[in-house]
Design a binder for this molecule. Structure first.
Ligand code: SRM
Ligand code: SF4
Length: 558
């Protein structure tokens, strides 16, 4: 076997995992360590968890010759990002009892809890199960949480499209019973045939797989950043079908020129549900069969698509689905925003979108956000919907209940916080990074609010307070807060150092490009001060910072 064909270690772990069981049960029973066995660390991802450790305390513990302070992060599967008020109350209590207490809204419309010690994993999953929630397949080489445009007020047929997210999520679940046996103590399956998996087989996908559905003109899901994107085609308030886009993905690796960020390519249109689901399923089977299983840096669908070519991919897809895709319909994206504040939909229901900076729900001295949301949930009068930029919509509120919810938000200072936050802050997003993410090279969510506070007066100085520039930061080039799809993106290179990317557009149809390498804060402020000054003087009406950066050729596109 040539070097190129040598399968990655993860491939062996998957096929030998006995339907994603591995030796998780034995690992959990080992009381000598807070960690689990190495192979199980890969298997457990398919159950929605990551083993992590507190990086802030590594040095101190190493000096004392102590093991790292291991803990686990768990991520829920919430297609379209929806929780009932009862489920929020449950999540609130589970977070308090088993994790750091912080409920973290992710950039893919779900929530994570951090800091679970090993003995708390099972009780956590069982408690979630009682609330009808699970973490199946939210990580690992498999289809992840399916995104759907967040705001139901935006389209009268939002609910119909939202149901697609649930159907796609169900269609692409693994067939193994392992999750139920390990975590929920269900009987072991006697007939193994019941869990034969024609989609994933025993090798699963070569890498993670991500799907999103956008409802134009708002690209709030960043649909083109996904392996597979569906863009709803709506005419006269009727859903006609979806344009299908393949091969989006953002991560790169510093110093590896073979890696790149890529926006998905639209390959056609499907009208019926049956055809759409069939096309989605077979895109996954092509990736399963042709994706790179030797180099995990080059195994996402984007590399497969570029390796075989878009035309070949489409032809192969049509062969597998047994029909031709129709020509893509014209669609137009004009924005990528969360609509903060109160909004009413066509049916008269109310929605309040609130800013949750970097998705972190906790109580601070100045903002008792977690308490406020618990109070709201206890009324039972508002659903919880997560946006893909880590914010929250309290939704489906009847006119008669609006006052009560409003009062809770006002009393706890939530309304004021959202209203008084700058346009820049409202359009900002940072990934988790330190202290839990093992891959972080620099801070992100713990530092970004501070940087925004320093950028706000600069924008003010140039009369740009209301400019909703899309600005994002990630602690490494994996791009978890989609920093490559921002007008201004910061990508961590080392502690306190970031590559500065500019030139992305506001609606997520053009990626940014690197402008300056490894800047520290003083240089960041200096460089952006200069750019904002020129932008404020020379921009033409309606021109965004990203578009202006391209017109000025601060970054050059082919
Ligand atoms: Fe991510 C790995 C956090 C969205 C690309 N991501 C990680 C891990 C699990 C680190 C690890 O592998 O051990 C991070 C856990 C940090 C922690 O302590 O919680 C992590 N990713 C996140 C979240 C929580 C960021 C956030 O602050 O919201 C997002 C969870 C989404 C979810 O609910 O499923 C998150 N990750 C993304 C996105 C954005 C998106 O999907 O829209 C991307 C870029 C898009 C893409 O996939 O191309 C992204 N994460 C990655 C990658 C690079 C994958 C690749 O193609 O090479 C990794 C590393 C990996 O997979 O090896 C990664
Ligand atoms: Fe971690 Fe990097 Fe993702 Fe941030 S972008 S959460 S640092 S993997």
């Amino acid at each position: 076997m040539s070097k190129q064909e040598k399968l990655s270690v993860i491939e062996r772990i998957k096929t030998e995992s006995k339907g994603l069981r591995g030796s998780i049960v034995e690992s959990l029973q080992d009381e000598l360590t807070g960690s689990i066995r190495e192979d199980d660390q890969a298997v457990i991802k398919f159950h929605g968890m990551y083993q992590q450790d507190d990086r802030d305390r590594r040095e101190e513990r190493a000096e004392k010759k102590l093991d790292r302070l291991y803990s686990f992060m768990i991520r829920l599967r919430l297609a379209g990002g929806f929780l009932t008020p009862a489920q929020w109350v449950a999540t609130h209590h589970i977070a308090g009892e088993h994790s750091t207490g912080v409920i973290k809204i992710t950039s893919r419309q779900t929530v994570q809890l951090h800091g679970l010690i090993k003995s708390h994993i099972k009780p956590t999953i069982q408690a979630f199960n009682e609330a009808n929630l699970n973490s199946i397949a939210t990580c690992g080489d498999i289809n992840r949480n399916v995104l759907c445009s967040s705001h139901p007020g935006e389209s009268p047929i939002h609910e119909q499209i939202f149901r697609y997210a649930e159907k796609i999520s169900d269609l692409l679940l693994p067939k193994t019973n392992a999750y139920y046996e390990i975590w929920l103590d269900e009987e072991k399956l006697v007939d193994k045939k019941e869990e034969e998996d024609p989609l994933y087989q025993d090798r699963y996908l070569p890498r993670k797989f991500k799907i999103a559905i956008a409802i134009p003109p708002n690209n709030d899901v960043d649909v083109y950043a996904n392996d597979l994107g569906l863009i709803a085609v709506i005419e006269d308030d009727v859903l006609k079908g979806f344009n299908i886009a393949i091969g989006g993905g953002l991560a790169t690796t510093h110093g590896n020129p073979e890696t790149y960020a890529r926006l998905a390519t639209i390959i056609g249109f499907t009208d019926t549900e049956e055809k759409t689901l069939s096309a989605i399923y077979e895109v996954l089977t092509i990736q399963r069969d042709y994706g790179n299983r030797s180099d995990r840096k080059l195994s996402r669908l984007k590399y497969t698509v570029d390796k075989v070519g878009v035309a070949w991919f489409k032809e192969e897809l049509e062969r597998r689905i047994g029909f031709s895709l129709e020509e893509a319909r014209p669609v137009k994206m004009t924005s990528r925003v969360d609509h903060f504040g109160w909004k009413q939909n066509a049916a008269g229901k109310w929605y309040y979108t609130l800013l949750v900076e970097n998705g972190r729900i906790l109580d601070t001295e100045t903002l008792p956000l977690k308490t406020a949301l618990h109070e709201v949930a206890k009324t039972g009068k508002a659903n919880f919907r997560f946006t893909c930029t880590q914010n929250l919509i309290l939704s489906d509120i009847e006119e008669a209940d609006k006052k009560a919810i409003e009062q809770i938000l006002d009393v706890h200072g939530i309304t004021k916080h959202t209203e008084n936050s700058s346009a820049l802050r409202k359009n900002s997003m940072a990934c988790v990074a330190l202290p839990t993410c093992p891959l972080a090279l620099a801070e992100a969510q713990r530092y970004f609010p501070e940087l925004i506070t320093k950028l706000e007066p600069i924008l003010s100085k140039y009369g740009l307070d209301d400019d909703g520039i899309v600005i994002r930061m990630t602690g490494c080039p994996n791009g978890c807060a989609r920093s490559y799809a921002a007008e201004i993106g910061f990508i961590g290179t080392a502690p306190g150092k970031y590559n500065l990317h500019i030139g992305g557009d506001r609606q997520g149809e053009r990626l940014n490009k690197i402008y300056r390498e490894s800047l520290e804060e003083p240089q960041i402020l200096q460089v952006l001060d200069k750019l904002f000054q020129i932008y404020s003087k020379e921009k033409i009406t309606g021109e965004t910072f990203g578009d202006f950066s391209v017109r000025k050729e601060w970054v050059v596109y082919d």
